[in-house]
Design a protein around this ligand. Sequence first.
Ligand SMILES: CC(=O)N[C@H]1[C@@H](OP(=O)(O)OP(=O)(O)OC[C@H]2O[C@@H](n3ccc(=O)[nH]c3=O)[C@H](O)[C@@H]2O)O[C@H](CO)[C@@H](O)[C@@H]1O[C@H](C)C(=O)N[C@@H](C)C(=O)N[C@H](CCC(=O)O)C(=O)O
Ligand SMILES: Nc1ncnc2c1ncn2[C@@H]1O[C@H](COP(=O)(O)OP(=O)(O)OP(=O)(O)O)[C@@H](O)[C@H]1O
Ligand SMILES: N[C@H](CCC[C@H](N)C(=O)O)C(=O)O
Ligand SMILES: [Mg+2]
Length: 487
Amino acid sequence: MKLSALCAAAGLALDGSDANVTGFAIDHRKVAPGTVFGAFRGAKFNGEDFIPAAVGAGAVAVVAAPEARVEGAVHFADAEPRRLFARLAAPFYTPVPETLVAVTGTNGKTSTVELTRQLWRMAGQRAASIGTLGVTTSDESVSTGLTTPDIVTFLANLTGLAREGVSHVAYEASSHGLSQFRIEGPRVRAGAFTNLSRDHLDYHATMDDYFAAKMRLFDEVVMDGGTAVIWADDAWSEKAIAHARARGLKLFTVGARGDGIRLVGRTPTALGQKLEIEHEGKARVIDLPLIGAYQAANALVAAGLVLATGGEPDATFDAVKRLVTVRGRIERAAISPAGAPIYVDYAHTPDALEAAIAALRPHVTGRLIAVFGAGGDRDQGKRPEMGRVAAEGADVAIVTDDNPRGEEPSAIRAMVLAGMGEGAREIGDRRAAIGAAVAEAGAGDVVLVAGKGHEQGQIIGSGDNVRVLPFDDVTVAREMAGTLGGK
Ligand SMILES: CC(=O)N[C@H]1[C@@H](OP(=O)(O)OP(=O)(O)OC[C@H]2O[C@@H](n3ccc(=O)[nH]c3=O)[C@H](O)[C@@H]2O)O[C@H](CO)[C@@H](O)[C@@H]1O[C@H](C)C(=O)N[C@@H](C)C(=O)N[C@H](CCC(=O)O)C(=O)O
Ligand SMILES: Nc1ncnc2c1ncn2[C@@H]1O[C@H](COP(=O)(O)OP(=O)(O)OP(=O)(O)O)[C@@H](O)[C@H]1O
Ligand SMILES: N[C@H](CCC[C@H](N)C(=O)O)C(=O)O
Ligand SMILES: [Mg+2]
């Protein structure tokens, strides 16, 4: 494709000579002859330092800040070069799936995109999701390493999926992804907001900044005339609704305060919950085979996205009854020798931990035993908050390690323990901590192993010294239960 054609499609003037474009790259090591290189100032590197090397490797154009020096290639200059790069790249990556929806929020993105994918698939659509679990289709799941992949990976995956015949994609829009313009370009029919609570305050200065980053989804990313599906029962919902209104998007609110899907009643059952809802004036009762208020919220937001993009109500709500567990989200891993179920969940924020504990509470007749930790090189302020929530909500709380990365593990645990009272326990080794919880669990007890969910490793060290030690909470829970004579 010619550079001039891409400029025309992106509504830009070409100030320089035309050339054949063979691809796009944001890492100079991936530049080949004919590449358009995006040179961005990042947290660790200044991409502008690599412009000469990129041009040397054959870059025909460079998208960079106006002050950047570009010699030997066309310079597309913009104060927000990541946004301009996305605008130029989008017309190159075609076709893309017809129906795209994006989900933002502190917690529930992965669950919601995966449940949306399941609902579409049950409606007979070729569907995929992109997020923390990777690029997932009915056949496979391929990791990208990030929740929201970089713009080139994102667009290339969309094109790959479209070529395989996938017509519907739901993807996660993390606040990092939104603020770095990793998911711009294609037409996004609907966006969803799940909730906002403390996380990532190492990256965003304040909660308001964090929220503003997320609101780019409604302010800019969802297409004109698209729909905002908003969980209405969160403290930040009203503000999210205001953003959607200001942009003129169609509103579809979900929850006890929702108008699109109103949640009228919710009763936990042995293996799930009964939901009483109203949609377009019609009352419906749905037996959702997933436990916890948070999973009900995510399932209904997913249903909202499906309805907002043309789903038929009877079929959609019928499919909600057949949803299956999302990997690592209140996933029952094993049963302890005494008969206590052991659940694995990805709660790694205070709000999520509270939600995971609340999900299990109705299923506990004895004690709720929680094993959890907080990640290194991430928001430190959330650590005592996580400790407080666990101390208040669980009957036994064991603090352990969860990806210490470049930090001293005992220092992270100490910050978590600072939010807890006298009874808190500390077992750094995660395997030993899970083992202790399983050994201790008696009849009527429930064990929650929180923080790693689907993750397959314990990340230790950083930079050149990073090591990922294989570790899977589900496998370890099974091993511990098995060793002790459970299943
Ligand atoms: C803080 C952050 O978001 N960093 C991500 C971001 O880095 P950055 O833009 O700051 O880039 P940088 O490493 O400083 O480099 C600047 C530029 O120079 C380029 N470069 C760099 C080195 C080189 O030799 N050549 C070169 O061209 C880089 O490609 C980049 O364009 O873009 C990089 C390329 O896509 C990502 O790999 C990197 O993710 C790091 C590893 C990371 O840990 N990110 C986490 C925090 C993250 O993004 N998490 C979110 C949220 C998770 C959640 O939902 O909770 C996610 O979406 O996954
Ligand atoms: N709607 C919700 N409300 C409160 N907590 C939730 C909600 N959905 C999920 N959680 C909690 O957050 C955890 C992570 O859920 P999920 O992976 O769906 O979120 P995410 O937004 O994708 O997270 P990440 O930011 O890591 O990508 C769950 O295991 C659960 O403990
Ligand atoms: N996307 C999240 C994942 C956290 C998972 C948890 N196990 C941890 O390492 O803190 C983050 O990067 O903050
Ligand atoms: Mg996720």
